[in-house]
Design a protein around this ligand. Structure first.
Ligand code: DUC
Ligand code: ZN
Ligand code: ZN
Ligand code: ZN
Length: 484
């Protein structure tokens, strides 16, 4: 059976034009004028865009003594409802557990996915087994991205020597390093001090993770990545200090990317103050929300291209789960939702305000990350031969975000009450209509794993190319050849 999307305007990261799209066997087979198919989807007044890719989710993740509540079923259903057609989740070994073992666990959970997905690998400890298994992960499992936690001391955090060893191994394998950039030692110290002084409420979480904590770690990771020669992707860039480091690295010719979250772009630190405990605790995530100056910096980064991708870090906990941290903010499970709201919120606050063009919207929600993760143009494109992961976007359709009508399984929404304009009319996952005007027709298990081979890119500051690629022995005696 063929499907045709008719009368819409195709918007990709680089082009805007009117054409119909013909789909067969889950792929885009033709783009042209006046096409016809067995089934017709009317896109009059709509933009036909590559479905969103959210490269940062934690579905059913064991974390802080519990599991994040949205799993691969509810999480990908929420994604599709908001126009996102692919998620990339983090396979997370517990310290001491093998990488392949963790992937097996994630394979088991993800059989329920409603849309396509891929995995990043988390490196939560270091040893010979991890070193050895990395090769299989890259070459056989199709995972080319490895995340390192520089925070969560005593749990997921890795030390600098471990990170440097891991980064060098990744460079060898042609993979990409990722970091959660926060100085975990400083966070632990500030947290203990705040608790001692009686600051036990959720606002203590924000005080314990100031922007300097993130800026320092981002700088450190960039320098270590430069020395190891590995490209670096910095997840959840939330502040100017971190953005500044990324901007500078990119100017120096380094392959470094930054990923602001829709939450940090649209919600600020006031959410932690002058609100009741539940309201604030529901918004506890790492990094925490920042002030308006940091938000401006993130928007500027998206506009100028120094920041590349908008994600969610979707890691949803119920109010009941959050309440395990009453009396001690360090026990509040860190994480917020956002999968369903990322695209409408970014359209509303990015495109409708004039900060982003529709083409830039496609770039930062889909195409840029497809290229970075090496699944373009299978994903992130409206092209003949690409997967028919498509969102037919109605720029005039509005709704008020509310937990009462969301797909996510938790009991609140951090964007509750926000009015958005710009919503999917249809969301297609490999040609199958999963959302039609708000009506959900997802199919559990439809989602397939997307393998992403290594690219082998190298990361070095331009000035260090010569020295680092061809080290020369030091002359110990005699007159130097240059005669100086
Ligand atoms: N931050 C969160 O808020 N939740 C999951 C992990 C993380 O780094
Ligand atoms: Zn993180
Ligand atoms: Zn995360
Ligand atoms: Zn199917």
């Amino acid at each position: 059976m063929t499907t045709v999307i008719k009368n819409g305007t195709i918007v990709t990261h680089d082009l805007t034009y009117k054409a119909d799209v013909l789909i067969d066997g889950g792929k885009i087979v033709e783009i042209g004028e006046t096409l016809s198919g067995d089934e017709t989807l009317d896109a009059t007044g709509c933009y036909v865009m590559p479905g969103g890719i959210d490269p940062h989710t934690h579905l059913e993740m064991p974390f802080m003594g519990t599991y994040s509540t949205d799993d691969f079923e509810s999480g990908t259903r929420a994604a599709l409802a908001g126009g996102t057609t692919m998620v990339v989740d983090f396979a997370l070994p517990s310290p001491g557990q093998g990488l392949l073992d963790a992937i097996q666990m994630w394979d088991n959970k993800s059989t329920r996915a409603n849309c396509d997905y891929s995995f990043h690998m988390a490196v939560t400890w270091w040893g010979e087994q991890v070193f050895d298994e990395m090769k299989t992960v890259v070459e056989d499992k199709g995972i080319n991205t490895f995340k390192h936690f520089m925070a969560y001391k005593g749990a997921l955090m890795v030390q600098d020597d471990e990170m440097y060893a891991s980064f060098q191994r990744l460079a060898e394998l042609g993979a990409i390093a990722m970091v959660h950039a926060e100085n975990g030692d400083v966070v632990a110290d500030l947290s203990a001090r705040l608790l001692r002084e009686g600051n036990t409420g959720p606002e203590g979480h924000a005080y314990s993770r100031p922007p300097q904590v993130e800026g320092e770690a981002t700088n450190r990771a960039i320098m270590i990545a430069d020395m190891a020669g590995v490209p670096l992707y910095v997840v959840h860039t939330s502040c100017e200090e971190s953005h500044e480091a990324i901007r500078r690295a990119r100017q120096q010719g380094k392959r470094v990317w930054g990923e602001p979250l829709i939450q940090h772009l649209t919600l600020d630190e006031s959410e932690y103050f002058n609100h009741d405990w539940d309201h604030a605790a529901r918004r506890v995530m790492s990094p925490p929300f920042r002030n308006r100056q940091h938000q401006d910096s993130l928007w500027a980064g998206l506009q100028s291209g120094s920041l590349s991708v908008v994600a969610t870090d979707h890691c949803a906990f119920t109010t009941e789960q959050k309440r395990t941290g009453i009396g001690d903010f360090t026990k509040i499970p860190n994480g917020t939702g956002g999968l369903e709201d990322r695209m409408p919120m970014l359209w509303t606050h990015g495109v409708r305000t004039g900060r982003l063009t529709p083409n830039e919207f496609v770039a930062v929600t889909s195409t840029n990350i497809a290229k970075i993760l090496n699944c373009y143009p299978r994903k992130g494109a409206i092209r003949e031969g690409s997967d028919a992961d498509i969102v037919v976007w109605d720029p005039g359709k509005s709704k008020t975000i509310s937990a009462s009508s969301q797909q996510s399984a938790i009991d609140y929404n951090v964007f509750e009450g926000k009015e958005v304009t710009g919503l999917p009319r249809f969301t297609l996952t490999r040609g199958k209509v999963a959302v039609h005007d708000g009506e959900i027709r997802t199919e559990e298990g439809h989602g397939q794993f997307v393998k992403r081979p290594p690219k082998g890119e190298i990361n070095k500051a331009l000035s260090s190319w010569k020295e680092m690629t061809a080290p020369r022995p030091v002359e110990r005696s005699g007159i130097p050849a240059s005669g100086v």
